[in-house]
Ligand binder design. Structure first.
Ligand code: B12
Length: 248
């Protein structure tokens, strides 16, 4: 961790800026407000980074939320930040929405902060000379893009550049992109059952590329031959990296 990253982590650990919370009529850190149960419900104790991030999202403090995420990404790899900080808070926001029908505004705010911070990482890496391209996309009509950004950022940390075509990419457009980019690895994400019919992907496999899919939406008993399903971000990184390395 750099000195600057340590300093920013200590500053962020001091908690959300009370002036921001007051300005939008919410109590400051440590006082329940906004979405009262959100920070308390995130597992892992009272005052960890996930709780601070949940509190910032609940207070609609995008500056603080983005800062917490950026500092975490500067201190740890994307995989660790995604699994230990972002997945718990996103999952709790989703659960809160399901339980109460609230938190949609916090969900939108946090999504945009997560996408911004991860895009900063993957968009700064360009394909090395002779490197096989990687294509990452969301299934048709799929609006949940954050796991694709997490994968792109994780690969970028390994020096692997990605073409990111998210959200929802119609299958025929995926096929057209594959033909144009000629990637060695293609990854497609489905978050919900509504976008998780894998049958149309049969038109995109097999080929000289490895087609990899991930996400809880996919109907696992209908996956066409030649397509590989992965269940976690680290497995997705390893599988994409192996496909790229094999092609080099
Ligand atoms: C952020 C979010 C949104 C944002 C997305 C913004 C964006 N740019 O991505 C917005 C606001 C657009 C949105 C919209 C909707 N959403 Co939404 N959303 C979420 C939320 C909070 C996080 C999504 C996410 O990134 N998940 C990824 C991680 C955090 O969660 P996970 O998939 O459970 O992770 C597991 C595995 O997938 C794996 N994993 C995690 N990361 C990775 C990465 C890779 C590469 C791999 C391989 C595996 C992997 O590990 C985890 C543990 O097993 C989820 C809650 C949730 N738990 O997912 C709801 C959730 C997915 N949404 C939901 C719903 C209902 C909707 C809407 C229909 C709401 C509406 N009424 O409009 C729309 C649908 C839009 C569409 N057509 O796609 C439901 C889906 C219910 C279902 N089972 O179908 C959820 C589960 C919330 C809930 N509990 O009700 N959403």
């Amino acid at each position: 961790m750099t000195d600057e990253a340590s300093r920013r982590r200590a500053e962020v650990a001091a908690g959300p800026r009370p002036d921001t919370a007051r300005a939008i009529g919410l109590p400051p850190a440590g006082v329940r407000g906004g979405l009262p149960d959100l920070a308390d419900a995130v597992p892992g104790g009272n005052e960890g980074e996930p709780q601070r991030l949940a509190r910032a999202a609940a207070a609609l403090d995008d500056g603080q939320a983005l800062e917490i995420i950026r500092v975490a990404l500067a201190c740890d790899a994307t995989v660790a930040t995604w699994e230990e900080l972002l997945v718990p808070v996103l999952s709790e926001i989703g659960d809160t929405y399901q339980r109460t029908g609230t938190a949609i505004e916090a969900e939108h705010l946090l999504s945009s902060c997560v996408a911004t911070a991860l895009t900063d990482i993957w968009s700064s890496v360009f394909p090395a000379q002779g490197q096989s391209p990687v294509l990452l996309a969301c299934a048709e009509d799929e609006q949940h893009t954050l796991p694709v950004h997490a994968l792109a950022a994780s690969l970028a940390e390994d020096g692997i550049a990605s073409h990111v075509l998210a959200p929802g990419l119609p299958c025929r457009a995926l096929r057209a992109a594959i033909e144009r980019i000629e990637p060695r690895a293609v990854f497609v994400w489905s978050q919900t059952a509504a976008t998780g019919d894998p049958a149309p992907l049969a038109g995109c496999a097999p080929g000289p590329w490895q087609l990899i899919i991930g996400g809880p939406g996919w109907q696992q008993d209908r996956i066409p031959a030649g397509i590989r399903l992965v269940d976690k971000l680290p497995a997705a990184v390893t599988t994409v990296r192996a496909a790229v390395t094999a092609a080099a």
